[in-house]
Design a protein around this ligand. Sequence first.
Ligand code: KIV
Length: 285
Amino acid sequence: MSTYTLDSATSRATPTPTPTKRVTVPAVLKRKGGEPLVMLTAYTTRMAQLMDPHCDMLLVGDSLAQVIYGLPSTVPVTLEMMAAHGAAVVRGSYRALVAIDMPFGTYEASPEQAFASAARLLKETGAAAVKLEGGAAMAPTVRFLIERGIPVIGHVGLTPQAINVLGGYGARGRSDAERAKLVADSVAIAEAGAFALVIEGVVEPIAAEITQKVACPTIGIGASTTCDGQVLVTEDMLGLFERTPKFVKKFDDLAGRISAAVETYAADVRSRAFPGPDQVYAARD
Ligand code: KIV
């Protein structure tokens, strides 16, 4: 249970953190084959505060491109954007391990480029780990980062940063060649030292095979319960968007509830029902 203190500077209640230790990388590794890991995306302090008590890991995903910035893909996301949102999420969380996506173009050229980008993200945000997309070609980079103190989460299958190569966001692993490549990519990233592996948009038997073959926990998104944990884009599972990928379960209808609340607000303003006596400052107490 969270308790709250009134922040007199902002007149808002903010959660009082109960002294606690953050989930660590070794603790995540120990969950392989155990209780499923719970991960969601977070981009802002307030959402992090609300999700932190329930999640093992918060991912500052580059999906903020579409969710926050209305961009058409994750390709335009910058290190500056990830650093600003990463720091906000770390400020709003006390328990969950916070991982940040490395944006497209900030890590693929060389292990050295990746180290400079990842070190900057960790220094400027206080996050514990980075996530990067790609298979065997990225394995030397994953090893380079880990040997220099930067924990890495891999991301295979549907890798949205490669949209211009993939040509669409469909499920992966439907042909034998794709299956063999997905498994080899996953094994390469895990053997390079990744402490977790996101598997996105992959048919169930391959997600199961990968989970069985890699030593680190797998985190599925559209990859079935055979994975060692699950992640979703929070705004998708809250029902903020009318249309979402097949693998999203809507746990609420935030779009409907926000529209209804704003409609009521607009009606109250127009009829002068708002502000009412409770919201008006009296001349004297
Ligand atoms: O950017 C993101 O939110 C992600 C998750 C969907 C895994 O990479």
